[in-house]
Design a protein around this ligand. Structure first.
Ligand code: 5GP
Ligand code: ZN
Length: 139
């Protein structure tokens, strides 16, 4: 059930902005507004489901397919040394937005293993990354 106040539902409805990379029937991919590393991207379900337990298997399969596309686009464009793909369920696990999403986070060797930051990304950088990734994802 979509939530009026849910920030990701607002992005899905087009009521809040996002640097969009990809959209299909079940998923959207857009840049994380507080990127831990350059290229930090989220894959979000179109339907509101709070976590892995609430989301349907069909939707989670679609998330995996979109994550795979975005992973290749990140590798093609940024060539990171590593790519962290993760997803948090429940406040105790560190979840802060209670609408299912997967993180794709390019990583370099030796960087601290951070899950979050409070530093907003440069909007121009997020927009240009989204544009570049969108072109590669569409290939
Ligand atoms: P969680 O901790 O729930 O796994 O991750 C939530 C993520 O959503 C965080 O990385 C946070 O930076 C990101 N985020 C929070 N609000 C917004 C927003 O309004 N737009 C975008 N693009 N990302 C957001
Ligand atoms: Zn939602």
């Amino acid at each position: 059930m979509a939530s009026e106040s849910c920030i990701f539902c607002k992005i899905v409805r087009g009521e809040a902005p996002a640097a969009m990379v990809f959209e299909d029937e079940h998923t959207l991919a857009f840049m994380d507004i507080f990127p831990v590393t350059d290229g930090h991207t989220l894959v979000v379900t179109r339907e509101h489901a709070e976590n892995v337990f609430e989301a349907s298997r069909e939707v989670l399969e679609a998330v995996a397919a979109t994550a795979k596309r975005v992973a290749h686009a990140l590798r093609d464009t940024l060539a990171p040394e590593g790519l962290m793909v993760f997803q948090l369920n429940g406040a105790a696990a560190g979840q802060t937005v209670f609408h299912y999403h997967m993180h794709l986070m390019p990583r370099a060797a030796g960087e601290p293993l951070l899950l979050h930051t409070r530093v907003p990304g440069d909007p121009q950088r997020l927009a240009s990354l989204a544009e570049t990734l969108a072109r590669h994802v569409a290939r």
